[in-house]
Design a protein around this ligand. Structure first.
Ligand SMILES: C[S@@+](CC[C@H](N)C(=O)[O-])C[C@H]1O[C@@H](n2cnc3c(N)ncnc32)[C@H](O)[C@@H]1O
Length: 347
């Protein structure tokens, strides 16, 4: 049995509205994780970071990995962080009006997602980040900007321009300015970070380069979708750019919302997914494997369980019904809304 305190701590983690986030499944995942014996863990596709944070709450030594920079900052700020918070002085530095602030966001994204004063706010905080050396404080500030943008953008995705007013349902999140969201996020994050005496780590890199010497690896790759696509950059390009101030990133200026180039991952394509899972299981075969998967992904769970059996002597498939809330009644959507979630565990 998992203790109430652990779960309470894990569920305080914010949602971030990231596609594929397992936030709603945390009670179920924690139940299964607590039945396994391990001390060190890798969250290999950390995304919003909620599972990495759960692993820390469970008392494990955690490494979180994702190839997106904004995911890295979330886990560096909230899980790897040994209790460093942002104080009044740090906030004064971050928010001070800086005459040397750039105009990259103001110029590139004018009239697309946020109002001019919000764009200036982001340009200005970025200029002030030059004066922040502590890596955890930097990640906290970047994560607070990221959460502010997610809250203010309709549905939290950057495929549509938020300024048309079409999506404005008067919600508080849409009314607050980015600075107000930023300050609320800092307050929330300051209450989430803590030291448990262990050294946790956040890494930004490809899963095939992630450290393999851990007792347990939690795998939550993107799924090959039945229709549409599952590109994270398409939906979250603004957050990814913001987390590095678009340094070294090529903006696709011809696109309406100033997207970034897609980031290739073999897990997203029918042709390459099965081979990628094989490489993944092979790479982490010395660890307990815990794979999150769902009934609307390809390959099917039977194929994945069989593949895992070639590396692990015991493989168990745990099932959970997960209802996504699309808020629509069309037959297709209803079918997609009823998804079975699996946790395939190989020991
Ligand atoms: C389904 S999401 C993970 C969700 C996460 N467990 C959560 O609860 O928020 C998949 C993640 O895998 C990352 N990803 C995809 N391909 C990757 C690769 N080759 N190496 C590292 N990360 C990758 C994506 O950036 C995305 O954040």
């Amino acid at each position: 049995m998992i203790s109430v305190g652990v779960l309470e701590q894990a569920l305080r983690y914010p949602q971030f509205r990231l596609m594929g986030s397992k936030h709603r499944l945390l009670p179920w995942i924690s139940e299964i994780l607590s039945s396994l014996k391990f001390d060190t863990a890798l969250d290999a596709f950390s995304g919003s970071g909620c599972v990495a944070y759960l692993l820390k709450a469970l008392g494990k030594r955690v490494t979180a990995n994702d190839f997106l920079h904004f995911s890295y900052h979330l886990t560096n700020a909230l899980t790897a962080n040994p209790g460093i918070t942002l104080g009044e002085e740090d906030l004064a530095i971050a928010l001070e009006e800086n005459p040397l602030a750039g105009r990259f966001i103001a110029d590139t994204f004018q009239g697309i997602f946020f109002a001019d004063e919000d764009n200036h706010f982001l340009d200005n905080v970025w200029a002030n980040l030059q004066r922040v050396d502590d890596p955890f404080k930097r990640s906290l500030i970047i994560s607070a900007m990221v959460r502010a943008c997610v809250k203010k953008q309709p549905r939290g995705v950057f495929t549509i321009s938020g300024l048309s007013g079409k999506h404005d349902d008067g919600r508080r999140d849409l009314r607050l300015c980015l600075k107000e969201h930023f300050l609320e996020s800092v307050d929330l994050f300051n209450r989430l970070v803590y030291s448990d005496g262990s050294e946790h780590r956040a890494v930004c890199g490809d899963v095939f380069d992630a450290p393999a010497s851990v007792d347990l690896v939690y795998l939550d790759p993107p799924y090959v979708p039945r229709s549409d696509d599952n590109c994270y950059i398409k939906r979250y390009h603004f957050l990814e750019g913001l987390s590095c101030y678009w340094n070294g990133m090529a903006v696709l200026h011809q696109s309406k919302v100033k997207k970034l180039q897609k980031k290739y991952t073999p897990f997203s394509y029918r042709k390459t997914a099965l081979e990628a899972f094989d490489r993944l299981f092979s790479r982490f075969q010395r660890s307990i494997l815990v794979l999150s998967y769902s009934s609307n992904g390809y390959p099917g769970k039977e194929d994945l369980a069989a593949l895992m059996r070639t590396y692990k002597s015991q493989v168990t498939v745990n099932e959970h019904e997960h209802r996504y809330h699309f808020g629509t009644h069309s037959a297709v959507r209803r079918e997609r809304a009823m998804v079975r979630e699996y946790l395939i565990v190989g020991t």
